[in-house]
Design a protein around this ligand. Structure first.
Ligand SMILES: [Zn+2]
Length: 172
């Protein structure tokens, strides 16, 4: 997110030395607003359903681009609860618990990904954020060279001993 005006006093923001680096901030010291631009935590789910992985395509992504289920946390929500809520909301499935996979940086989006394996049951019903989904057998999954793709690669390697191959994948 970028700001042009101070959200506290509405003056234009300037780039100046705040802390140890140049950042956007208010030029009025009595206001003191600094846009720290810290990474935002995002939960990601490797959904296991009927013995396969579910990958889904967001409405905003190009055709043939499928990835993990992701979402932002609500205030006071734990990542474990948040990732299960996202699976329920976006796929209409019933989560059966979570297994932590790892933390992954996603610098391009200024996000810190908290990745879980989420076994789930039920019938897939996509919400409006998603336009398509597919079942992928573990040994046919390819990983994309970005945050959630590395989570999938590591989970396949560490839990199933499967060496996934990289895939071409472009998300705008
Ligand atoms: Zn200000």
């Amino acid at each position: 997110m970028s700001f042009r005006f101070c959200p506290q006093c509405a003056r234009p923001l300037i780039v100046a030395r705040f802390g140890d680096r140049d950042r956007l901030g208010c030029d009025d010291p009595s206001c003191g607003f600094v846009h720290w631009d810290n990474p935002v935590p995002v939960v990601a789910a490797i959904v296991e359903h009927e013995g396969k992985i579910i990958l889904a395509r967001n409405a905003a992504w190009p055709p043939h681009s499928y990835a993990l289920i992701t979402g932002f946390l609500e205030r006071s929500e734990t990542p474990e609860i948040g990732v299960q809520r996202e699976v329920e909301e976006e796929l209409g499935l019933v989560p059966q618990g979570v297994n932590f996979v790892g933390l992954y940086e996603f610098h391009r989006m200024n996000q810190l990904l908290i990745a879980y394996h989420v076994p789930a049951t039920g019938t897939v019903r996509l919400n409006e954020e998603l336009v398509d989904w597919k079942h992928v057998p573990f040994d046919q999954a390819r990983y994309w060279p970005a945050g959630t793709g590395f989570a999938l690669r590591d989970w396949l390697q560490n839990v199933h001993g499967i060496e996934a191959q990289p895939a071409e994948w472009a998300k705008p």
